[in-house]
Ligand binder design. Structure first.
Ligand code: BJW
Ligand code: ZN
Length: 227
């Protein structure tokens, strides 16, 4: 059993999604903030945005949806994998350990000079942009548009999707690739694909079951029913 999560699962913790009503891309252009070119052009602007998001996330707590997935991992004892596009770390904080992070982690920073990667949970970050001991500029440890996903994580995610008997797709618009291809891979390898989303998505017509509603409300109900 496996799941792919997206920004929708953290919405109930007060973390803004990217698309849809109240989504980040309503007020900010991805080309200005979430590409390597944007960072090269204006690292301070990009860091201000990430610093603001880090401060929002630092105040957020895992919600009932995150906790249900932690419970699922403990119930399935070594047979449950969580693949996430989220960078907020709320799945870790809820207690999941078998996590594959496709788009990195907002609580890590990478040096554009020496390549060093480390955890950094300082909020707010000052001065901006933060610097490495080597003097090089640090960047957020996340995957921007046009960048490759971490090879090991992607390989692991494909393998998990190919083996899963049940594949839950929770709170993602299913438009960003290659993550959006995973449910189709699971489907093609015989998995039952179950989606939970507030709205219909690109995946809804393929999924065996597509539920409309909040992950934090529906997932705990499903788990209670499956006891
Ligand atoms: C609820 C809810 C509640 C709300 N309960 N539901 C193949 C085809 C077409 C394009 C491409 C392709 N392959 C690659 C591309 C290019 C690109 C891409 O996919 N573009 C598309 C937008 C067209 N992909 C890439 O560039 C990726 N790299 C790559 O493929 O490298 C190789 C390559 C490069 C160039 C060319 C070709 C190949 C990298 C993608 C990196 C994405 N990065 C971001 C930012 C991460 C860092 C950060 O956080 O700042 O990742 S963008 C943003 O989107 C973030 C998310 O992880 C990602 C997905 O969003 P998600 O999670 O689905 O959130 P939303 O907001 O879209 O949806 C929320 C959903 O929840 C909604 O549906 C709501 O209804 C729902 N919801 N509340 C249930 N309570
Ligand atoms: Zn360095």
């Amino acid at each position: 059993m496996a799941t792919l999560t997206g920004a929708g699962i953290s919405a109930e913790s007060g973390v803004p999604t990217f698309r849809g009503p109240g989504g980040l891309w309503r007020n900010f252009r991805p080309e200005d903030l979430a590409t390597p070119e944007a960072f090269a052009r204006n690292p301070n602007l990009v860091w201000e945005w990430y610093d603001w998001r880090r401060s929002l996330i630092a105040k957020a707590e895992p919600n009932a949806g995150h906790r249900a997935l932690a419970e699922l991992e403990s119930r399935k004892a070594g047979k449950f994998w969580l693949i996430t596009q989220n960078v907020d770390g709320l799945h870790d904080r809820a207690g999941n350990r078998r996590i594959v992070k496709l788009h990195g982690d907002i609580w890590t920073v990478c040096c554009v000079g020496c390549g060093a990667e480390k955890r950094n949970v300082q909020v707010p970050l000052a001065p901006l942009p933060p610097r490495c001991e080597c003097g090089g500029m640090l960047r957020p440890g996340v995957v921007w548009f046009g960048e490759m996903l971490p090879a090991k994580a992607l390989e692991q995610a494909y393998a998990i999707a190919q083996r899963a008997e049940v594949f839950l797709v929770l709170g993602t618009s299913s438009v960003v690739y290659p993550a959006a291809a995973l449910p189709r891979i699971a489907f093609d390898h015989g998995a039952r694909v179950i989606e939970i989303n507030l709205e219909p998505t690109e995946l809804s017509s393929l999924a065996h079951i597509s539920l409309r509603g909040k992950v934090g409300e529906l997932l705990p109900q499903i788990l209670t029913g499956a006891r």
